[in-house]
Design a protein around this ligand. Structure first.
Ligand SMILES: C[S@@+](CC[C@H](N)C(=O)[O-])C[C@H]1O[C@@H](n2cnc3c(N)ncnc32)[C@H](O)[C@@H]1O
Length: 211
């Protein structure tokens, strides 16, 4: 992510220029393993992937999460949505289970809440000023007892982003008011960003019951 991209207008420019360096062509193997593991309760089966890009994590949820019924892949940029839909047609995945929508995560008002949300390189992509609204939106969108999966990338200390560096402390501060951490999955992959070797993990969080 070499360009500054702190708002959806900039994201549109990146997509228009075909600059999608974050795109690895599939969901991370560790995410797929987690989804298949039986450790993620699907509840009523509604899954959201915000900032889904070409939709790899949404495809993975539709394919691998036991009990999944409906996956929504959301991206603010029309071109990303078109790319995801093109892949969906290529892969012959039914729209009964997987829908790609255009929209701003921060304005999302779904008719029904989600049982599982997967954040993969979305939190690191948004401006620091939107981190608290991100955490509040996650709490508002997930059913009590539901699950948030955070692919924690990049764990590091550099200050120039996006992608903005993240830390376990940042996740704790944002999420612990409304979520309990259930699992912390080690991921072997390392990445080099801004002269720093960053690490990655997956956090699995359960939405607390509301008081
Ligand atoms: C770093 S990319 C990650 C894409 C995808 N998760 C992946 O790993 O391939 C971040 C994505 O978030 C989208 N995005 C940025 N701000 C958004 C917002 N407020 N609501 C929805 N999508 C947004 C961008 O268009 C971009 O596709």
């Amino acid at each position: 992510m070499v360009e500054r991209a702190d708002d959806p207008t900039s994201w549109k420019k990146l997509w228009d220029m075909e600059r999608t360096p974050w795109d690895k062509g599939d969901a991370p193997p560790a995410t797929i393993e987690l989804l298949r593991s039986g450790k993620i309760p699907a509840g009523n089966g509604r899954v959201l992937v915000p900032g889904c890009g070409r939709g790899y994590d949404a495809f993975a949820a539709a394919q691998y999460l036991p009990g999944v019924k409906e996956v929504v892949g959301l991206d603010a940029v029309k071109l990303a949505n078109e790319e995801a839909k093109r892949l969906q047609a290529e892969r012959n995945v039914s729209q009964d289970i997987l829908k790609f929508e255009i929209g701003d995560f921060f304005n999302l008002k779904p008719e029904k809440l989600f049982d599982v949300v997967i954040d993969h390189t979305f939190l690191c992509a948004i401006p620091l000023s939107l981190r608290k609204p991100w955490a509040q939106a996650m709490a508002d969108l997930i059913v009590p007892g539901g699950t948030l999966i955070t692919y924690m990338f990049p764990l590091g200390t550099f200050t120039d982003g996006p992608p903005h560096a993240l830390s376990l402390e940042v996740y704790d501060e944002l999420l612990l008011p409304n979520f309990d951490q259930i699992h912390l999955v080690e991921v072997a992959t390392k990445f080099h960003i801004n002269r720093e070797t960053t690490s990655e993990k997956i956090g699995v969080w359960r939405r607390k019951q509301q008081e």
